[in-house]
Design a protein around this ligand. Structure first.
Ligand code: EPZ
Length: 430
């Protein structure tokens, strides 16, 4: 089983190129099947989640060709089935984006229901509410969700919760419905906007993405497009906080600083210097970190996907900090791992009370999920001594070349698969 071996203590210094946004790539790749013409998508991150979705698409007859590591050619004209098999959907929950895409184009779809996740129950009631409002009959039976509509007709839909997935899934179905759809209380994340821009580049008529009211005028046909995905806000934020945690100096390149404003604001609050240019942000952590409070919120608030990363930094910040997780109900599973490294954190419900300590000490840990896994690697890089991180397949779902990018910043980290490789690493780093 692959693990990361880490020797902590080196400040991370240098520049790192940020890849395409995983959470924009997933809906955009799914939406690419909504035309029978060919679509070229650039800046697709080469990570497990995107590759698993492309595999699920091929399983129903979509033509998929990687023109290079980050450019994919897609043609959905030969789709022969609307049922995504369960071994594929178990790999990637976001396969459910294919329901919205196929509903829009074919007025029918069937996908095995995604399981819960390590961060919460992940219901899809708002997705279903939106599709039913457009005239879809949704059935859940034998672990599958099937959606079918004689006609999709636009409607005025109020989301009960701000949901990225539901906003995206309803937007795709509504893009090819008859008449106008209004989505109220819509998610405003950059990846929601990126999908709307992509659909419009194929001839859709979507206005208001990025605000909480999205207006969609259905069209009968979508056409070919060449589209480049936005940079990954969360990958960028992860490396920005890696600078804070290791007392380093990191410049993240190929980013959209506007998408990082809530992350930048918190880094400044805990004592980092941050300077932004038009497509890069530099974070310098030369002073001791100080405490702050943070509550995760939908965009433009502080992202829930950055919650484990800021908690690792606050664990090393002077004073007492409070982290409130308002989006998911089970996103503190990494705290027990961090405690093994000497952190002083008490979790009460959806709140973590963090008393900063002077240092972490290396330990063996397991990644409980994608973002917590990345955060535990950051803690290992800051810790005194040697750490191991297990279950790194979670991290590989959303971070491309994670250890290589960290090595380029001076991190002593290696992917290892055997006791022999661990001993070799220990001898090398001393
Ligand atoms: C997306 O998940 C992201 N995943 C998550 O990133 C991210 O944490 C989340 O949005 C919030 O930003 C992808 O984009 C693939 P939601 P999603 O629907 O769409 C509740 C990562 O690390 N809800 O915005 O599933 C839900 O339980 C992943 O890249 C309902 O109640 O999140 C949660 O409490 C982790 N009913 C809240 O809304 C629904 O029908 C927000 O969830 C849908 C959601």
């Amino acid at each position: 089983m692959e693990q990361y071996a880490i020797k902590g203590g080196n400040p991370l210094v240098g520049e790192v190129e940020i890849g395409g946004a995983k959470n924009a790539a997933l809906p955009i790749l799914a939406a690419a099947i909504m035309t029978d013409e060919t679509v070229i998508i650039e800046n697709v991150p080469d990570v497990r989640d995107t590759n698993a979705l492309l595999q699920a698409m091929e399983s129903i007859g979509v033509y998929v060709e990687k023109l290079d590591r980050h450019t994919v050619k897609i043609n959905g004209s030969q789709i022969h089935g609307h049922v995504i098999k369960d071994e594929l959907i178990k790999k990637i929950r976001a396969s459910y984006y294919l329901i919205g895409a196929m509903l829009g184009k074919y007025k029918e779809a069937e996908v095995v229901l995604p399981g819960g996740c390590n961060i919460g129950s992940r219901p899809i009631d708002q997705h279903i509410k939106g599709w039913e409002a457009l005239g879809t009959k949704v059935d859940i039976a034998h672990g599958s969700i099937s959606a079918k509509a004689e006609v999709l007709k636009g409607n005025h839909i109020y989301m009960d919760v701000v949901s990225v997935g539901a906003t995206i899934n309803v937007m795709m179905a509504a893009a090819m419905a008859e008449g106008q759809t209004v989505i109220e209380n819509a998610a405003k994340e950059p990846h929601v906007v990126d999908l709307a821009n992509f659909l419009n580049s194929m001839g859709a008529n979507i206005k208001g993405a990025g605000t909480d009211v999205i207006r969609i005028k259905g069209v009968t046909k979508l056409h070919k497009s060449e589209y480049t995905i936005i940079p990954d806000q969360i990958e960028a934020g992860t490396f920005m906080f890696a600078a804070a945690v290791t007392k380093g100096d990191i410049t993240v390149k190929n980013v959209i600083p506007k998408h990082l404003e809530s992350i930048t604001a918190k880094l400044i609050e805990i004592g980092c210097e941050v300077e932004a240019s038009d497509d890069a942000v530099r974070v310098v952590a030369s002073k001791p970190l100080v405490h702050t409070h943070v509550k995760t919120l939908p965009y433009p608030g502080f992202p829930t996907d950055m919650q484990p990363q800021i908690a690792v930094a606050l664990g090393l910040s002077r004073g007492t900090s409070i982290v409130t997780e308002s989006i998911f109900e089970n996103r503190f599973r990494y705290v027990d791992e961090l405690t093994r490294m000497g952190a002083s954190i008490k979790v009460e419900g959806n709140t973590a009370i963090i008393n900063g300590v002077d240092k972490y000490t290396g330990a063996s840990m397991s990644a409980p999920d994608l973002r917590a896994g990345a955060a535990l690697v950051m803690a290992g890089l800051a810790a005194e001594g040697f750490s191991m991180v297990d279950d790194i397949h979670y991290i590989q779902r959303g971070y491309e070349d994670f250890e290589m990018k960290l090595q380029s910043l001076g991190a002593q980290i290696e992917k290892v698969e055997s006791e022999r490789e661990i001993q070799k690493f220990k001898l090398k780093v001393g």
